[in-house]
Design a protein. Structure first.
Ligand code: UDP
Ligand code: MG
Length: 322
């Protein structure tokens, strides 16, 4: 009896990628053509692109029955776009890959081999970050260090979103309901047997990166606050320490006044203490605010993304899987 063919979904978030999307598809399709024993689908997510990306994607769909296009109603960000793709992927294995060819599609067969060997998650770990500035490399390293120290989960270093997930891992991921989606953390949180495969990350084939440092900073905050309450604890420990210190200083001042009388001076020390405590309090309130803000966002339970349209080749089945 012939075994049922395994199925593979490729999830590709794309935002303003008109310069590379065709080349990406050409290379990916070539790789998928070589996989004789696997049926595949390619799910492109158009994340509210403002260029010709959607037109190009629809054209690709005309020429390749494996292609589906999820057109989001606006730009929701890569994390939401990936979530949309994972929600609609039907394969036994799902691979998330960037559209800009920084993650070479030629590595897909190797990832599948690890999956067939029994791993649920295959993470691609970059050895090089060619084409990225020294500052970005340094900040990335700092982030992983902080994250590793604070969180209960371990986010493997230099592992991006390029990875394979088994059906079981995808279904597990889909159960996580949070609105603020730090995917690297969520991927790590679900666990399952994981294989790290090193690879050389190419520079962007064409087009420009969608990240800036402000974006990255917020992304890092997101990562830390979604997976760790350490900053909250730190705020209370800082508070405790300063309270102890203030108490000791208070005794010292009182003692001095009793022994030597109190000839009024003390403006500088008073100022220092007031300013220091004021700053500390603002900082602590800010930390609390970060968490409160996220609770506010979670509380609203808004959908993670909105679909404008799900383009599929051929007959449209009744929309029960949307
Ligand atoms: N992307 C997206 N929505 C966004 C920003 C980026 O879908 O709001 C996609 C983008 O098209 C690309 C991937 O996410 O396929 C990675 O983006 P980029 O190359 O800009 O990030 P970098 O590789 O510099 O981290
Ligand atoms: Mg990139």
């Amino acid at each position: 009896m012939k075994k049922k063919k395994a199925t593979l979904s490729i999830v590709v978030p794309a935002y303003n990628e008109q310069e590379v999307i065709e080349e990406f598809h050409r290379r990916t399709a070539t790789v998928l053509d070589t996989l004789a024993d696997i049926d595949s689908e390619i799910i492109y997510i158009n994340d509210g692109s403002r260029d010709a990306t959607i037109a190009l994607l629809l054209k690709l769909m005309q020429g390749d029955a494996r292609v589906q296009v999820l057109d989001l109603s606006r730009n929701f960000g890569k994390e939401a776009a990936m979530t949309a793709g994972l929600d609609h992927a039907r394969g036994d294995a799902v691979i998330v890959i960037d559209a800009d060819l920084q993650d070479p599609p030629e590595l897909i067969p190797g990832m599948l081999r690890e999956w067939q060997a029994g791993y649920h998650v295959v993470c691609m770990q970059r050895l090089t970050r060619d084409g990225e500035s020294a500052l970005k490399k340094a900040t990335a390293r700092g982030f992983y260090a902080v994250m590793g120290r604070m969180g209960q989960i371990r986010v493997p270093e230099n592992v991006g979103d390029f990875r394979l997930l088994s059906r079981q891992a995808v279904d597990a991921l889909k159960q996580l309901p949070e609105r603020t989606r730090f995917m690297k953390g969520l991927f790590a949180w679900v666990g399952y047997s994981t294989k790290l495969v090193p690879y050389k990350r190419d520079p962007r084939h064409a087009g420009v990166t969608k990240w800036n440092y402000w974006g990255l900073w917020n992304f890092a905050l997101e990562g830390i606050t979604s997976f760790s309450v350490a900053p909250l604890k730190m705020a209370s420990y800082f508070g405790m320490l300063t309270a102890l210190f203030s108490m000791a200083y208070g005794f010292f001042v009182l003692g001095k006044a009793f022994l030597y009388g109190d000839p009024v001076p003390g403006y500088p020390s008073l100022m220092v203490v007031v300013l220091f405590l004021g700053g500390l309090q603002l900082l602590a309130i800010g930390v609390v605010g970060e968490y409160l803000g996220r609770m506010f966002i979670e509380l609203k339970q808004r959908p993670l993304y909105l679909l404008n349209q799900h383009h599929r080749a051929g007959l449209q089945p009744p929309s029960d899987c949307d």
